[in-house]
Design a protein. Structure first.
Ligand code: BYC
Ligand code: FE
Ligand code: FE
Length: 474
């Protein structure tokens, strides 16, 4: 079951050739995907050889194969983690009953909506990142960008497989629509807010892969608990790929932080910018932006949608097995609710707070990364601490949307917000400055842009100065 079969144009471990109709439908979607990839994928690198890993089996030992590939030739395939024998529903009203191999009619629309929302983020991120190669800080980073991009493309395939296999004609229509929406396009935007935000510099890219791909991790963990077993199996395999995306973000920010410290120490006034680097205060503002935007991706703190997803077993909590009560009809969750211009702590029914429960775990996970960055700053002997802002800060979804909070979470008025905004969030000047550092790409093996420290090691045992991308500038 676990090894990948290449008996069709689409590598897969789902025995695709036994279902000719499905195979044909996916083979018809494939050229549209490739057309989208060439148009909206990394611009200017489609003919280069890139040292990429490709999934060749889904078992733990060596599911990945590393080799030079031209991106349009990447073997995007359909891989499900192995079925868990006798798996039962992990949460909600039907807890303990057998999982579903088909979509129950009463959950069809909601499930399709969840899969479409998940699927929409994958091509969106590729679109957001499509010009970054042209300003890369090194070939090592360029290769990591492309690795993330091809795998997000594969995640799109994963959702399209579900849509084609289980949702008939409307599923096929949704699969087409996934290739038609465009990140940031006011007429046909991507579904979720963060995926329409510009990601035009490498600090944003590293923050995105740290904070936004990590939302991906938690949403996938929640979907891995789904009673719809094919969704659970797909998302379980996607999670193994996701780990690398977050590694790119965590180590990327860490290397910018390290360089910020080194350059600040070189400067008589401790100013990293004067030495051609990104300063820690600017890094903090980028962090505030991408963290707050990514928090919105969890949806409202009190959500009847979330309650019904949980009740129906469509979506669980992250690692549902670590909880004891999988029905969650009894418990409550304490939230600071805005009431008459102040915050009041109230208990809400646990099921309606499932978005917030997931967000709690996410915030904790983010904090672990921030702690690592702070250890680097301390080792460098620099007096500065990066912090996650309050989760009420700068929100556009949920209870705190439309109100103003400072980074500590205190309610403030509009005038204070306007006066302080440029201290908390990247200003136009910050963005212009960060971009100005990245106007010239670095394509020479082993060389690093001035504003970033080299990585500790290369990829798959190769040295840092390995030619990870064979790029011939046009
Ligand atoms: N922007 O009850 P509410 C990833 C909508 S990232 C715009 O608050 P609910 C990746 C919501 O859709 C993971 N709209 O929320 C990362 C709803 O609209 P409808 C992606 C938003 O439903 C990096 C309305 O507001 N996966 O994989 O409880 C690179 C009120 O809904 C936003 C998923 O999202 C927003 N931020 O939860 C590549 C998993 N937030 O339905 C990839 C699937 C909410 O009334 N999605 N809305 O028209 C879900 O589980 C849920 O849809 C959400 C929202 C958690 C997103
Ligand atoms: Fe993804
Ligand atoms: Fe990802």
């Amino acid at each position: 079951m676990s090894s990948v079969v290449n008996d069709t144009r689409i590598p897969n471990n789902v025995d695709l050739s036994s279902d000719k109709r499905l195979q044909r439908a996916l083979e018809e979607w494939q050229p549209n995907f490739l057309k989208w990839w060439v148009e909206m994928g990394p611009e200017g690198f489609q003919q280069d050889d890139v040292f990429l890993r490709t999934a060749i089996s889904v078992d733990h030992e060596g599911w990945a194969n590393f080799d030079y590939v031209k991106m349009p030739d990447y073997r995007w395939g359909i891989f499900l983690s192995d079925a868990v024998a006798d798996r039962t529903i992990a949460c909600g009203d039907d807890y303990g009953k057998p999982v579903w191999q088909q979509v129950p009619g009463e959950h069809r629309n909601v499930l399709r909506r969840l899969i479409v929302t998940q699927g929409d983020t994958e091509p969106a991120s590729v679109e957001q990142q499509r010009l970054l190669g042209q300003t890369c800080p090194s070939l090592y980073d360029l290769r990591n960008l492309f690795q993330v991009n091809v795998e997000e493309g594969r995640h799109l395939w994963a959702m399209v497989y579900l849509l084609h296999s289980y949702f008939g004609r409307d599923g096929r229509e949704e699969a087409e629509a996934l290739l038609e929406r465009r990140s940031g396009d006011p007429d046909k935007p991507r579904i979720l807010g963060t995926f329409n935000e510009p990601c035009e510099d490498w600090l944003s890219f590293f923050m995105f892969t740290f904070f936004t791909d990590r939302d991906g991790k938690y949403q996938l963990l929640a979907l891995a608990e789904s009673a719809f077993d094919p969704l659970s199996r797909t998302t379980r395999f996607m999670l193994t790929e996701e780990a690398h995306h977050m590694f790119v973000g965590e180590t990327g920010v860490l290397r910018v932080v390290q360089r910020a410290c080194e350059l600040a120490k070189l400067d008589p006034n401790g100013d990293a910018r004067a030495q051609g680097g990104v300063d820690l205060a600017t890094i903090q503002r980028y962090l505030n932006f991408w963290f707050s935007s990514s928090l919105d991706l969890f949806g409202a703190e009190v959500s009847s949608n979330a309650a019904s997803f949980f009740a129906a077993g469509l979506k669980g909590r992250a690692k549902e097995a670590q909880h004891t009560d999988h029905v969650a009809l009894e418990g409550t969750y304490a939230l600071d609710l805005p009431r008459d211009g102040a915050l009041r702590r109230e208990e809400v029914a646990l099921r309606t707070a499932m978005n917030e429960v997931l967000r709690d775990e996410y915030v904790e996970d983010c904090q672990r990364g921030v702690d690592k960055w702070n250890r680097t700053i301390a080792e460098q002997g620099v007096d500065f601490k990066l912090t996650l802002p309050s989760r009420r800060f700068n929100r556009a979804q949920g209870l705190y949307a439309g109100m103003r909070f400072d980074t500590d979470g205190a309610l403030i008025d509009e005038a204070t917000w306007q006066a302080m905004k440029s201290r908390w969030l990247p200003s136009d000047a910050d963005r212009a400055y960060v971009k100005s550092l990245m106007t010239r790409p670095v394509y020479e093996p082993g060389k690093m842009a001035h504003w970033i420290a080299p990585p500790k090691q290369g990829i798959k045992g190769r040295p840092v100065d390995f030619e990870y991308v064979r790029h011939t500038p046009a």
